[in-house]
Design a protein around this ligand. Structure first.
Ligand SMILES: Nc1ncnc2c1ncn2[C@@H]1O[C@H](COP(=O)(O)OP(=O)(O)OP(=O)(O)O)[C@@H](O)[C@H]1O
Ligand SMILES: [Mg+2]
Length: 241
């Protein structure tokens, strides 16, 4: 599965979420590759600090090629792509390759207004890649604030669904980054670690749902058989007609 973190706005938490998700998936014994597609190389720098993370990282400084990403995917269970803060041909390729694109937004109206450009690009990409799943992720929410609650309502104006999981503004995310570890390693059992585990579970569920939908479309006979089996089970549950 290829999950990308994408938003042309800088500083919204793409790298923070990508690194911690990759760690969480790897801790569940998945083979994970994080592609740092940002020339700034923040994820790659983070990886160098500790150096022995449970997942691999590739700092891709030149334009990513769709077929290269798809070849890489065959060797891993999950590819996580940390996209640059830009709207470019590279961004389009990342979206074309992704099963799920996550758009982190902080609870600020400036962030909401600025996501219109990336949503426009997503609409374009969907014409060629209709199975692309897209979700908003609320990041840096300040617990107990009105604006934190308002942003979820404001996001309903857009087409993508907002994930139930949210990441709050917490120093653990900043400190873990400084030491080159995930929040689960830095502060096991903390609220930040809990948020990442919930996010990981929700994203895995979204990708599985997407896969099941595609399987159904690509195998209509199996789908007919499944419906028929469900009907039989339903009738036997109801008792004799
Ligand atoms: N939930 C959070 N709580 C506290 N700090 C956070 C949180 N999420 C991100 N940050 C901090 O915000 C800053 C920007 O985060 P990050 O680098 O992940 O964003 P980005 O979208 O990848 O930025 P860029 O577009 O520049 O690559 C970092 O200093 C990071 O530590
Ligand atoms: Mg980044």
């Amino acid at each position: 599965m290829i999950i990308s973190f994408i938003n042309q706005k800088g500083g919204v938490g793409k790298t923070t979420a990508a690194i911690n998700l990759a760690s969480s998936l790897a801790r569940k014994n998945n083979r994970v590759l994080l592609i740092d597609a940002d020339p700034q190389g923040s994820a790659a720098k983070w990886h160098e600090i500790e150096g022995n993370q449970s997942f691999e990282i590739l700092h891709q400084t030149h334009l990513l090629d769709l077929s290269d990403i798809q070849i890489l995917e065959t060797s891993y269970e999950h590819l996580i792509i940390d996209a640059p803060p830009a709207i470019s041909d590279g961004t389009k390729t990342i979206l074309m390759a992704s099963h799920l694109a996550v758009i982190p937004v902080s609870p600020s109206y400036l962030d909401l207004w600025s996501c219109k450009d990336i949503l426009r690009m997503i609409d374009e990409v969907r014409q060629h890649h209709p199975d692309l799943e897209v979700r908003f992720l609320i990041n840096r929410k300040i617990p107990g604030t009105r604006v934190g609650r308002e942003v979820r309502n404001a996001l309903m104006e857009f087409d993508p669904i907002t994930l139930n999981s949210e990441l709050c503004q917490r120093v653990a995310y900043i400190d873990a980054m400084k030491y080159g570890v995930s929040v689960m390693q830095f502060a096991p059992g903390s609220k930040a670690a809990e948020e990442i585990e919930l996010l990981c579970n929700e994203l895995v569920a979204v990708t599985h749902e997407g896969q099941e939908d595609q399987d159904r479309e690509s195998n209509p006979i199996a789908e007919l058989y499944r419906e028929e089996t469900e009907n039989i089970l339903f009738r036997s549950f109801q008792g004799p007609l």
